[in-house]
Design a protein around this ligand. Structure first.
Ligand code: HEM
Length: 327
């Protein structure tokens, strides 16, 4: 099965979409109670005894976790929020991790990717049946309503559900993780955000520019095109690097500098053109609230080690682990 993209967005938009401030409220109501019960001192290894830490779960996800195994990262980035049974989140997280094999280099990478897609199809199909019989106000019901209206086939409902799960999950984890790392390596910028929480908006944009969650995108040329003095032939595969575009010296002054006051900041971390990220507004809100909350509640946060490893992926800029401590 091929992942298709959301098409005909108007047909799948819920009529009473919450305004950004309502979404911000939901995000805050997820973050604040957990941070309020966090111990004053801690480190990554203390996560099971204490109530919150930044750590990597399952070797590749940063998590703001609390003792009962719930974690902020899932709540924050999970587009299913109200729609998926809570007890299935761990299972979904594992499938999501398998899905990111799609951007790895191993010759047999499509095997785990395919298994994950099949697992999701099996998991989602009965849930879609339920939504068709008894629609709710969750995302899956909205997608399923597209099938009822003849906008989507069943395969497209499932494919879009899988796409949303992957697109909204790994990316936001990487934003929080890579952004936190940038702050830890630039204590002056961390101090600046603490002094002025209103900078969270620009700071999130700078995190997206400086170390973007998605490294590169792929296209197939539909016609011959000349670019930078070279001809790309029709049907050639092209991979363009957002990481590189985001440090373009012709677009950004001092591009290597992590500067949370940067303005304007016309990065391309969310892509561009007709496939520009559907979840950009949500992801921005999540980043802003997460960085603001961390700066306010964990001013002493610092990196435990400089020995960091990344997932071997050409697609995602994904740390395997981000060990931190705080006083
Ligand atoms: C920091 C977080 C995120 C980043 C950096 C990011 C990045 C991107 C990028 C670069 C693309 C363009 C893909 C392409 O052109 O091939 C994209 C597309 C997309 N993103 Fe995101 N994304 C993020 C969060 C989210 C979230 C939270 C959602 C959903 C809840 C989401 C849903 C989508 C979807 C559905 C598309 C495909 C849009 C289309 O093809 O029309 N993303 N994203």
């Amino acid at each position: 099965m091929i992942l298709v993209r959301v098409r005909e967005r108007d047909h799948v938009e819920p009529p009473d979409r919450p305004a950004p401030q309502v979404r911000r409220y939901h995000i805050l109501s997820d973050i604040e109670p957990r941070l309020d019960t966090t111990p004053k001192r801690g480190n990554a290894a203390a996560v099971d005894e204490h109530q919150l830490a930044i750590r990597k779960r399952h070797e590749n996800a940063v998590a703001l976790a609390d003792v009962d195994g719930r974690n902020l990262e899932n709540t924050l980035v999970d587009p299913w929020r109200e729609g998926m049974p809570y007890q299935d989140r761990q299972f979904l997280r594992e499938l999501s991790e398998q899905l990111i094999f799609i951007g790895r280099g191993e010759p047999d990478r499509m095997r785990p990717t395919g298994e994950a897609i099949h697992g999701l199809v099996e998991y989602l199909s009965p849930l879609i049946e339920q939504r068709l019989a008894r629609p709710g106000d969750d995302l899956l019901s909205i997608l399923a309503s597209g099938e009822q209206r003849g906008v989507y086939t069943r395969e497209e409902v499932v494919a879009n559900a899988v796409l949303l799960l992957l697109a909204g999950h790994e990316t936001t984890i990487n934003l929080i993780c890579n952004g936190t790392l940038a702050f830890m390596r630039h204590p002056d910028q961390w101090a600046l955000l603490q002094r002025d929480p209103a900078l969270a908006v620009r700071a999130t944009e700078e995190c997206l520019r400086y170390d973007p969650p998605v490294k590169s995108l792929q296209r197939i040329a539909v016609q011959d095109v000349e670019l930078g003095g070279k001809v790309i032939r029709s049907l050639d595969r092209v991979r363009w690097f957002l990481t590189s575009a985001n440090r373009d010296p012709e677009k950004f002054a001092a591009p290597e500098k992590f500067d949370i006051t940067r303005d304007p900041n016309l990065h391309v971390a969310f892509g561009s053109g007709i496939h520009h990220c559907l979840g950009a507004t949500l992801a921005r809100l999540e980043g802003q609230e997460a960085f603001k909350a961390l700066a306010q509640r964990f001013p002493s946060l610092h990196l435990e080690t400089e020995e960091l490893e990344y997932q071997p992926s050409i697609l995602f800029r994904s740390l395997k682990s981000l060990p931190v401590t705080w006083q």
